[in-house]
Design a protein around this ligand. Structure first.
Ligand code: SF4
Ligand code: SF4
Length: 115
């Protein structure tokens, strides 16, 4: 039986240590859907979005704009959906949320990542 390559296909040590053989790859190199959760793309980030709760009008434009679904939302005490934060495990720091933020005083600003 073939190994489950879902988590391994793009794993650095598998690629660069050349531990994979062709016969271990899936047919056509097709990768299962929903594997993004396995890759903490936040480690690539050079800038991070910083959300300021007090400025946020919870229009959710950042939420629909984020290509990586990193804007966290939840219902508040009135059961209205509001932004609650940013998932830095997966945020790549593209800055789209900050660019699209509709608040008059930007509620998301990009800052240099501190490593
Ligand atoms: S910087 Fe990009 S990836 Fe990160 S939360 Fe904003 S839109 Fe999403
Ligand atoms: S776009 Fe700006 S104001 Fe709108 S929910 Fe996001 S952070 Fe808040």
């Amino acid at each position: 039986m073939k190994k489950d390559m879902t988590k391994k296909l793009f794993c650095d040590e598998q690629i660069y240590d050349k531990k994979l053989t062709v016969s271990e790859l899936s047919v056509g190199g097709v990768i299962e859907a929903g594997t993004a959760v396995n890759f903490h793309t936040g480690s690539w980030r050079s800038q991070r979005p910083v959300w300021v709760k007090e400025r946020c009008i919870s229009c959710l434009v950042c939420w629909i704009s984020c290509p990586d679904s990193c804007i966290k939302i939840a219902p508040d005490e009135k059961k209205i959906t509001v932004v609650t934060g940013i998932d830095y495990d997966y945020c790549k720091g593209c800055g789209i949320c900050a660019k699209e933020c509709l608040s008059k005083i930007k509620a998301i600003n990009m800052e240099n990542e501190k490593k």
